[in-house]
Design a protein around this ligand. Structure first.
Ligand SMILES: Cc1cc2nc3c(=O)[nH]c(=O)nc-3n(C[C@H](O)[C@H](O)[C@H](O)COP(=O)(O)OP(=O)(O)OC[C@H]3O[C@@H](n4cnc5c(N)ncnc54)[C@H](O)[C@@H]3O)c2cc1C
Length: 360
């Protein structure tokens, strides 16, 4: 029995039609960091209908509930003494083929929370829809994409979200939140601020059939050229970006990681200007309202921490933003490394780095 009251010698699973309960379950294969942690109860939910009852039961037993998708943005630093609900709900639908009033021609599509994001992206492209091609190969589930408003290669998912359907745990009812209500911002949304309140059940996307492709980002044009693609279509862009990502980022199947561990910090324009006058090569991007964005990767690298390693917890030597489990690091060790990075960057530059993943 460990200090969370969990006995690691007693795993069991019981199937109940639309959900499966695993008592005392290992979470090692449930997160891309692949750190050891256990849940007192892990429930794979295949149909949403089971959710209200399961939440009610957990509340009656005074057990805390954590929602898990693909586990690609979570770091467990300890066991979870309550219930982990893993959403495996499936379903892809074209709700409206031609949406009146949209510029050009667009379709409204709905994806259940448990759909695999990259599969969904390719499904939209196969239906002649554009918009999500730059977000190809991001790991995880559809239901998690609004949480941090996933972004890559110059596109954020919030641009295409029409509405999010969610189970509101404060009112025990399904709500439909339109794009404005979701308050999307850089790696941020309403769901981050009201953490644990909403269990996202499905996301509606409004996707155009015609849209200018965004190619001016991080080697996309060069990759298309290397592929011998002259005039790109959205599927070629998704393919090119998948190839670049595969080369640049460690594959979580073989190397535990959660992609970028820190957000790019947003600071006052004055601080950015002061730093820039001291460090001429430091990248800065001006924002509205007297703010500026800095590069977290540059700050970490400037502190000499790219490739830094303590035991099996390390910073990738390819990508300063990616923390890696080289084998048997614990979540606590990875979190200790993250805090060391935060402290070093704060001391040197006066800039606070905020983690992207949920730290449990
Ligand atoms: C190699 C790699 C590359 C990555 N690249 C990118 C990138 O380019 N851009 C980017 O933005 N992210 C990136 N990520 C991070 C991650 O893939 C995304 O944030 C993804 O959306 C997380 O999905 P998930 O299903 O794995 O969520 P999880 O890790 O399971 O959960 C993440 C958070 O969402 C909550 N959550 C999950 N599902 C639901 C739901 N249905 N309802 C309510 N809350 C929910 C969880 O409680 C948790 O707080 C990368 C990760 C890896 C490993």
């Amino acid at each position: 029995m460990n200090d969370q009251g969990i006995d690691s010698n007693k795993p069991m699973a019981t199937a109940y039609g639309c959900y499966t309960v695993h008592e005392n379950a290992s979470l090692l294969d449930r997160t891309t960091f692949r750190v050891p942690a256990r849940a007192a109860t892990l429930i794979d939910v295949h149909e949403f209908d089971a959710v209200p009852g399961l939440l009610e039961e957990a509340a009656t037993q005074n057990r805390e509930v954590l929602i898990l998708g693909g586990g690609s943005n979570v770091l467990f630093t300890r066991d979870w003494p309550g219930v982990v609900l893993a959403l495996r709900t499936r379903g892809l639908d074209v709700i409206e083929q031609h949406v009146p009033g949209t510029p050009g021609d667009a379709a409204l599509v709905r994806a259940a929370a448990g759909e695999v994001w990259d599969d969904f992206v390719h499904w939209t492209l196969a239906h002649g829809l554009r918009g999500l091609e730059n977000l190809a190969l991001i790991p995880g589930s559809v239901g998690a994409t609004p949480i941090q408003n996933i972004g890559a290669y110059g596109v954020e998912v919030g641009e295409f979200v029409d509405a999010v359907s969610a189970y509101d745990r404060t009112t025990n009812s399904i709500v439909r939140l339109d794009r404005a209500a979701c308050a999307f911002a850089y790696r941020d949304s309403l769901f981050k601020h009201e953490s644990g309140r909403y269990l996202i059940t499905a996301v509606d996307f409004l996707l155009p059939r015609q849209r200018e492709l965004r190619l001016d980002y991080d080697g996309v044009r060069e990759e298309l050229a290397a592929m011998g693609v002259g005039v790109a279509d959205a599927r070629a862009v998704a393919h090119a970006i998948s190839r670049v990502r595969t080369r640049k980022l460690p594959d979580p199947v073989t190397t535990g990681n959660a992609g970028s561990f820190f957000k790019n910090p947003i600071v006052s324009a004055d601080l950015a200007a002061a730093l820039k006058s001291e460090y001429a090569r430091m990248p800065t991007w001006p924002l509205a309202d007297g703010l500026a964005k800095l590069s977290a990767a540059w700050l970490i690298e400037a502190c000499g921490l790219k490739g830094f390693r303590e035991g099996d917890a390390g910073v990738s030597d390819q990508h300063a933003l990616v923390l890696i489990n080289y084998g048997s690091a614990s979540g606590a060790q990875i979190w200790a490394l993250a805090r060391h990075i935060q402290q070093t960057v704060l001391t040197r530059f006066g800039v606070a780095l905020e983690p992207e993943p949920l730290i449990v």
